[in-house]
Design a protein around this ligand. Sequence first.
Ligand SMILES: [Zn+2]
Length: 189
Amino acid sequence: MSRDVKCRAGCQETETAAHVIQNCHRTHGGRVLRHNAVCHVLAAGLRRAGWSVEEPVIPTREGNRKPDMVCYKEDTATVIDTQIVSADSSLNDSHQRKRNYYAKNPDEPPKLVEKLGIDLKNLTFTSCTVSWRGVWATKLQEDLLRMGLTKNLLSSITTRVLQGSHTNWSRFNRMTNMKHRSPTREGIG
Ligand SMILES: [Zn+2]
């Protein structure tokens, strides 16, 4: 016996919490808001820890790309991308994908870092990678603690992720719009 559990927003996907919160077209706007809110908390914490924080926009062949932030202090710089991922098990994979991206696009952050007069050998990359259920990639959490962020600040990021996920869930249930176009690839952010 099979029951129709396809997403009520018209997606050809099963209506799971993961789909609703991380992939559904209805909650795309909510995911952007959640991402921006997390960046905001992170940037504020980094500034309190003495970092200067820039959020550049980089034009690429695929359109404008916004690496979330470049932090610098004295003669060092760190690029931090924020991502809220779908599966707890892919936390480190997602981080690795970001690193690979920079390895393939070496001009991107270095240009900005050079402009700041920082030696490229003092440039590092990390990311603030949290699952939609608030699980962190442990190694990355350690990177952020080493940068001077407090455990409290990391907890407030977790809280903001969970709030955003919950908001997406509530919005989904209040909305009535249906999908008319083919599914787009989403899920990170
Ligand atoms: Zn859907």
